[in-house]
Design a protein around this ligand. Structure first.
Ligand code: NOJ
Length: 527
């Protein structure tokens, strides 16, 4: 049997609010995305992952879902979604949607029914409701990821209803109680709804956190209950969660072997890999990798850990350097021109690694993190915890001209974009990159084309191992198979490539053959 497409797929992440605004209301939408699909097809990616566009009060920009099986009017209609799916498929692009099973919106009808019902009722049993030791003390010491207690009182003024409800994120995002089998059935229907419509894959939000430790015990520390890789073992990564993914895998495979699940499993590689055993999800993002600095030793250590996890659990790695939750890599890698060069090199590097890769919108334009003015920030994490993710979510610049917010809005409008665009944005516009043969956009298009050709010639085998090492202190190498390697110069001096190296693509021109300039990456054939 052929290797499944998703194993080596390159998927482009679309954050719909900020991609393209078709109706001119300042918020990106499905009609904007429909109009810009040919751009995505021109990149040569295999598919797109859309973050939530389902009905939502938008407290967490869509990750607070009030109806899992529809489209929020802010973004369009279900009919437009069907058009999008058809057009994408006709352009050879697969569509991956976000499913948010850990929590819903406090406006979800089932949560609304729960708060109107009495303590101990079947309606409340769909969520985590519990009374505290007294009216003002929550049931346990868990802290929300967004800051503050993970519990809110249902009826703060009431003497008869002393229940609190659990929310690992904002108070507008109550957590489902996955120990109630009705929740599992509810989500199986949600998966079927989207697969029946024809979507190709689903990305599972906070996939490791659905089950909380039995009895909801106090956490040993007062940090956030799930805090990236330092996840509290009492609160997330419970063994029972794997049953969910076994059920979902069976459901997904009952369509075609082409459909797939990719998890946001924010755990150490050896724990995350357990979610992609052969009867669970197909992929999980290599989160340990997403958070790396520009440091050869860090990359090698994590690369080796991922490789060990792959060998142990058969998990095919899924690379990403950016998403809508983390600081843009150009800024993370030092900012300025060196940060920009490193971000470009990092992106070229991950596209050469064995496995699948994700590109976050704007990464192909080398966009840096934006310092969004305080008054314009809307991220609930900023409001509750003082950390803002808005700077990675600023609308894309399409044109040099500032008209219609640098082409972000496709219709005339008097509405400002939902996050302000910085004055420099026009210089990073898509049209600037399209016209410049040395741009990051053109580099990525060439790399994806080359990736297809090499795979076709059998050079890039999806089952390649990745052997990681550092040479001469500052040259990072990931060697796959016997004749292809990815090299990244991470120091301040040019780095000598291994003998017998032929560079087939580099993130910027090479001054001297056989050497790699600092902040530069190359794909290399070995002879
Ligand atoms: C992860 C999503 O990527 C993030 O944007 C969101 O705030 C949390 N999960 C909660 O859904």
């Amino acid at each position: 049997m052929n290797d499944p497409w998703w194993q080596t797929a390159v998927i482009y992440q679309v954050y719909p609010r900020s991609f393209a605004d078709g109706d001119g209301d300042g918020v990106g939408d499905l009609s904007g995305l429909l109009a810009r699909l040919p751009y995505l097809a021109s990149l040569g990616v295999d598919g797109i992952w859309l973050t939530p566009f389902q009905p939502s009060p938008q407290v967490d920009q869509g990750y607070d879902v009030s109806d899992y099986c529809n489209v929020d009017p802010l973004f369009g209609t279900l009919q437009q979604f069907d058009q999008l799916l058809d057009l994408a498929h006709s352009l050879g692009l697969r569509i991956v949607l976000d499913v948010v099973p850990n929590h819903c919106s406090s406006e979800h009808p089932l949560f609304q029914q729960a708060i109107k019902s009495s303590p101990g009722s079947a309606e409340r049993a769909l969520f985590h409701f519990a009374a505290g030791p007294d009216a003002v003390t929550p049931p346990n010491n868990w802290q929300s990821v967004f800051g503050g207690s993970a519990w809110s009182r249902v009826n703060p003024g009431s003497d008869s209803d002393l229940d609190w409800y659990l929310h690992l994120f904002s108070s507008a995002q109550p957590d489902w109680n996955w120990r109630n089998p009705l929740v599992g059935d509810f989500f199986a229907d949600v998966l079927r709804f989207w697969f029946d419509r024809g979507v190709d894959g689903l990305r599972i939000d906070v996939a490791h956190a659905l089950f909380k430790a039995e009895g909801l015990p106090d956490a040993a520390t007062t940090g956030a209950v799930i805090d990236g890789l330092r996840s509290n073992p009492l609160v997330s990564d419970q063994e029972e969660v794997h049953e969910v993914y076994r059920r979902w895998r069976t459901l997904t495979d009952s369509y075609t072997p082409e459909r797939f699940l990719v998890g946001e499993v924010n755990l150490e590689p050896h724990r995350a890999a357990r979610y992609t055993r052969s009867d669970e999800m197909h992929q999980a993002f290599a989160f340990a990798f997403v958070r790396l600095g520009w440091d050869t030793n860090e990359w090698v250590a994590v690369g080796r850990e991922l490789e060990a996890a792959r060998l142990e659990h058969g998990a095919s790695p899924t690379w990403a350097l950016e998403n809508h939750d983390i600081v843009r890599s150009a800024t993370r890698f030092g900012g300025g021109s060196r940060g920009a060069a490193r971000a470009r090199a990092g992106l070229l590097a991950i596209l050469g690694l064995p496995g699948g890769a994700y590109i976050y919108q704007g990464q192909e334009l080398g966009l840096p993190e934006v310092e969004v003015p305080l008054a314009a920030r809307v991220d609930p994490m900023w409001e509750r915890g003082g950390v803002s993710r808005d700077g990675a979510r600023v609308p894309l610049p399409w044109t040099v001209s500032p008209e219609r917010s640098h082409g972000f809005s496709l219709a005339d409008s008097t509405s400002s974009p939902w996050l302000p665009l910085p004055p420099s944005w026009g210089s990073s516009a898509v049209e600037v990159h399209q016209e410049n043969p040395d741009s990051t956009l053109r580099l990525i298009i060439s790399a994806l084309e080359l990736r297809r050709q090499l795979a076709f010639k059998g050079v890039l085998n999806p089952n390649d191992a990745g052997a990681w090492r550092v040479e001469n202190g500052n040259l990072l190498i990931c060697e796959r198979g016997s004749d292809f390697l990815v090299a990244v110069a991470m120091g301040d001096e040019p780095a000598r490539l291994p003998t017998g190296s032929a560079v087939i693509i580099a993130s910027s021109p090479q001054a001297v053959e056989g050497w790699l300039e600092p902040d530069n990456a190359a794909w290399v054939l070995q002879n």
